[in-house]
Design a protein around this ligand. Sequence first.
Ligand SMILES: [Zn+2]
Length: 601
Amino acid sequence: MYWSKTLIPTLREAPADAEIVSHKLLLRAGLIRKLAGGVYTFLPLGLRALRKVEQIIREEMDRAGANEVLMPALQPKEIWEQSGRAETASNVLFKVKDSSNREWFLSPTAEEVITTLAANEINSYRQLPKNFYQVSLKFRDEIRPRFGLMRAKEFIMKDAYSFDTTDAGAMASYQKMYAAYQRIFARCGLQAFPVEADTGVIGGSHSHEFMVPAETGENDVAYCEACGYAANIEKATSGLPKTAAREIGAAPEKFATPGVVTIEALSKDPYKVPANRQIKTLVYIADSQPILILIRGDDQLNETKLLAKTGAVVARPATVDEIVLLLGAKPGSLGAVYINFERFPDDVRNSLFEARKNILERDGISGFEKIKVYADERLQGANDMTTGANEDGFHLKNVSIERDIKVTAWFDLRTVSAGEPCAKCAQPLKIRRAIEVGHVFKLGTKYSEKLNATFLAADGSRQPCVMGCYGIGVTRTLQAVIEQGNDKDGIIWPLSVAPYQVCLTPLAVAPESEPMKLAEKIYAELTAQGVDVILDDRDERPGVKFKDSELVGFPIRLAIGEKALAKGEVEIKPRSGPVQFVKIADAVSTVLALVKTVYSR
Ligand SMILES: [Zn+2]
């Protein structure tokens, strides 16, 4: 390709709304342009790089035995109702109506479509296992799209779906995809590592995310350098001991704490109750029912764990008004020792309860007669604890959680912090930010049961297919490559996904000039050898050409200037290596050798 024939609108400065380096470079290097928030056009160079990432993915999916298909982006609402996700995924679904008022969803993923296909086309165990994948546009109604392609409303995703007859078979399919993902990201030049992950709204029992370490990532990963344990912070656990038990008095004791509404305030004079001897009581509305969550004062609730452990589909913190109606006190004085107004005499309690019940029911909240109490496992056996008295300005001390509180269930609900001991080997955990580029799930039979994807087994019984699903954010992966590979001058592409591998830069471009004639000759020879070459035939100053080529990040630059030419030499410079002068006769072989070394790295 000749530079002047394509469109590479490089920019000196990135637009102000580009916050992270990869987003800035995508714009500055002329790879993408914004049409609207979270919606981008791929320009020629950006598309070339994207196609290379896609090609690597296709090769590895095919190698792993998956079959490429292409499913519709327009999906009927009914199949989402059948799977139960019309509700649970509602907040990210793009919904459209056709002229006959029928509702459709723009595909954010395709479990419903592929499972419907399997229900119709797969009938016997003899047809299994099967794995289908597609590379296609996906849609997500992001309220706050940001970071360019990282969190967009429209993006390209590779999604694959495996169907097996047994759980063991599904696990084998999962392992195959896991291995394929490691190859894909390595071939893209990305340092991506697998971490244990929450299964979230997709469901399933077993899941890993592939993470690219980056300060700008939107995920936190807890990991152990000693044993290799790594998990998304939403899922990570640690080996912290439970709260130490102590001798305490016979019953909780109320004491006045006027104006004290935070853990910190209670830990100071005159109360001096350390945070690790306080029980923090949080009120959530989970699937329209109020629940109490008890966490130690020095711990933080992990909302993802809350959903995963309680099985709730949606949960939100209760409002102050709701909390007052439910517990009779404002946040800051809440506790689970006396709930349901147990601190009042029977007649007062009953009338209070009825009055509040009516208001709550009107607002769609039910189940408050018997509020469930979920407590973090770290509190198991804890006593000599202090918690709110459900009376503004009062707390209770001498609380033994197992004696004084009716805990419905104990779960691991806290977020781990850096430095806590690894649950496997006790070495300190570290935490780092990362970008999620891929996700593998073992789904089990959740979708096959709901959408009737069954097969006739060898023994004649009809059984649901055991499924897995596997996603790669293709456009996000492309941006992650840039986020990981850049310097002050621009992008540093790996050869495998660079839009062009070599930039030929003649410093005189008149058709009859020596530099241009030699450039055209080398262009023809390298192209014939299968190298992707761009020839910068713009009549610009050398400084401008060099700056642009470094900004776009072509892995190898071959410059042909009149001065070096007089000595029979050309100048070759790898993007992040030193300049070397080579004889004209050796130019092509030197570039070919470089392409090989850098490529095999
Ligand atoms: Zn460890």
